[in-house]
Design a protein around this ligand. Sequence first.
Ligand code: NAI
Length: 318
Amino acid sequence: MAPVRFDDKVVIVTGAGGGLGRTYALAFGARGAKVVVNDLGGDRSGQGSSRAADRVAYEIKSAGGTAVANYDTVEDGDKIIQTALDNFGRVDILVNNAGILRDKSFARTSDTDWDMVHRVHLRGSFLVTRAAFPVMKKQNFGRIIMTSSSSGIYGNFGQSNYSAAKLGLLGLSNTIAIEGQKYNIHCNTVAPYGGTRLTEDVMPPDMYKELKPELVAPLVLWLSHEDCEENGSLFEAGGGWFGKYRWERAQGKFCRETINDPVTPEAVRDNWETITDFTDAHHPGTNHEASALLVMGLQDLKAAASIKANPTSSAGGG
Ligand code: NAI
């Protein structure tokens, strides 16, 4: 099989001045892509600035690749896209990776802690992607990556702002995947594990050392490739391990016999075991699949009501 290459492709990696983003940018650059290395260069709470993006662009160029540094915040998404267009004339791949932390226990989370984190992660990814989307649509090609987090999937003490934004990105990705499909624009979400400045004081030292950020990059590259058909999916990635997620929904139970019966909290209580039992669970992949099961069930309840109202017609009809 041919190696995974990105010749003639233009890639934007936001927050690529360090950590995971840097490793994505280097890997794309090494495989032929023209890379926009975006990074504001602030500290991990988003304060200050530095020339980190220049250093990464220099690393790519020193290795024989093509790159340009960009210092706009993801809140100025259109400027980042313009940098790609001015320098390389296209935008094929966008990796929304920029991020900050403002950890506080939920009750102590201020408006600013909430807003800053949402502005960079969720609103920032929205703004950069919205600016890229029409360009990709015109090309009839695009690959978009959103960056989520296990904190969003599972929750994490002290990260209510961050976990809400990170799972918000999954919802955003799911809808972009649906809207982009017909233009060959795919959008997938990655929840990475990497030893970076964001995690140095939360991961045990051994784990921090082993979860090298460059071990996440191969998944991001494959999801960004034109041959990859994956769309609207979520993956966890760390230490060279990659796994896809899906939703699981219990078979559940209608807590009434017919469409005309009332539904009571007592009935919910009395059926709790079945409502929460994952034996033979469903795995709806789309909104349509999820609601179709409900609609079918409602039809059964209607049929049950008419049999109850007219028992003889059903007995004789068989
Ligand atoms: P990092 O702090 O090394 O990298 C984030 C980069 O984003 C920084 O270089 C920072 O300057 C840049 N940035 C921040 N605000 C920006 C803005 N407004 N505009 C442009 N750039 C901005 O952290 P790390 O760990 O590499 O994180 C990368 C992404 O992965 C983040 O979205 C983070 O939330 C996510 N993540 C990381 C995990 C990990 O284990 N390291 C776990 C789960 C998610």
